[in-house]
Design a protein around this ligand. Structure first.
Ligand code: DAH
Length: 358
């Protein structure tokens, strides 16, 4: 081996050793690639060293050439091995790290929620009655037929009990006399309360009720408020006084209120209460006509009446000693009138663009 080839060989070995160390020291891909460029790149050290080839004797060119190729290949291998090790290390670090930093503040401010408009109106109505001395109570939404219909003096063939109007609940082996259903009104609370306590009592209750009804003004699930008062010598005058006070608290002190005779099986006499239409009220207090009140100038807001003695008897209350009045109203209707909502269904679609307006 000539001097030239001997020194090239020694130089290449030293070079290879140096870069083994450089690669080992590179602790990220960028540093590693930088080191590789310094040895194998166009102006890299190995490339420069090859320029010494011209001094090698012709008969040794072949073996020196092979040596150079081996060194190049081995440096390339060292590079690849270190690159793979670095990538593996990064992958493991990522897998072992927490997926994201839970302590970082959120990017979007989270909007504060609020009560659903139906719930807001329901609470407001309940509050008016509570301030008039009624106590709040709750009843179940799945009820037995007796509490929803029979004890409220609905005759067995009353149209409300029809399959078309009521969601009957199938319970295998249930007593046919105690068929469960989704309550069609909150009047079941009257039966439950009157059957379990002694007068005097003044109770108000609100909650969901269910009917097989579905159009722009009817939803299969909606909400009602029910109230009743039982004591000695309660007359229609008290009914009028309480419900007029209520209507004027809800719709304003000057609101006209009228009582129209109507029929419900569990009251006698029965009535419906109307308030002067809030939409066609004009400056001088006269009410012209509009589509909402169908040009009548009045809006119906609730049903009411003197509790039927038959209901008292079914609930174990002495119908000779006590009298009382009861009333029931739809909550969605109040919300729709108040906010001018034309379609009941938007109340239950849970679209935040709608709900955020309340
Ligand atoms: N339960 C009746 C309904 O859903 C409303 C009602 C009318 C309730 C008269 C009453 C009442 O308590 O006295 O249509």
């Amino acid at each position: 081996m000539s001097d030239a080839s001997g020194s090239i060989e020694a130089g290449l070995e030293a070079l290879s050793e140096r870069y083994r160390q450089r690669f080992a020291d590179a602790d990220d891909e960028l540093a590693l690639r930088g080191a590789r460029a310094e040895v194998l790149g166009k102006k890299g050290e190995l490339t420069t060293a090859l320029r010494g080839m011209k001094d090698v004797a012709p008969d040794q060119k072949k073996s020196v050439g092979e040596l150079v190729n081996r060194v190049r290949a081995s440096i390339e291998d060292m590079f690849e091995a270190r690159l793979a090790a670095l990538r593996q290390g990064m992958l493991e670090a990522e897998l072992n790290a927490r997926p994201f930093d839970l302590s970082l503040p959120g990017r979007l401010p989270v909007g504060r929620g609020h009560l659903h408009p139906v719930r807001q109106v329901m609470d407001e109505i309940l509050d008016i009655f509570k301030s008039l001395g009624f106590e709040a109570s709750w009843g179940p939404e799945v009820e037995v037929e007796a509490n929803n219909f029979t004890k409220l003096a609905f005759p067995p063939d009353h149209p409300a009990t029809d399959m078309q109007d009521t969601f009957w609940v199938d319970v295998a082996g249930a007593d046919p006399a105690a068929r469960p259903l989704l309550r069609t009104h909150t009047s079941n609370v009257q039966v439950r309360e009157m059957s379990s306590r002694k007068p005097p009592m003044a109770v108000v209750s609100g909650g969901a009720v269910y009917r097989r009804d579905d159009d722009v003004t009817h939803s299969p699930m909606f909400h009602q408020i029910e109230g009743f008062l039982v004591d000695q010598r309660v007359s229609f005058a008290e009914l009028k006084g309480v419900l007029t006070a209520f209507a004027q608290r809800l719709y304003g002190p000057d609101t006209p209120v009228r009582f129209r005779p109507s029929y419900f099986p569990f009251v006698e006499p029965g009535a419906e209460v109307d308030v002067g239409c809030v939409f066609c009220k004009v400056e001088d207090g006269t009410r012209a006509s509009c589509r909402v009140c169908k040009t009548s100038g009045w809006l119906e807001i609730l049903g009411c009446g003197m509790i039927h003695p038959e209901v008292f008897r079914h609930c174990g209350i002495d119908a000779e000693a006590y009298t009382g009045f009861a009333f029931g109203m739809g909550v969605e209707r109040v919300a729709m009138l108040r906010y001018g909502i034309p379609d009941i269904r938007v109340l239950f679609e849970n679209d935040p663009r709608f709900l955020a307006q309340f």
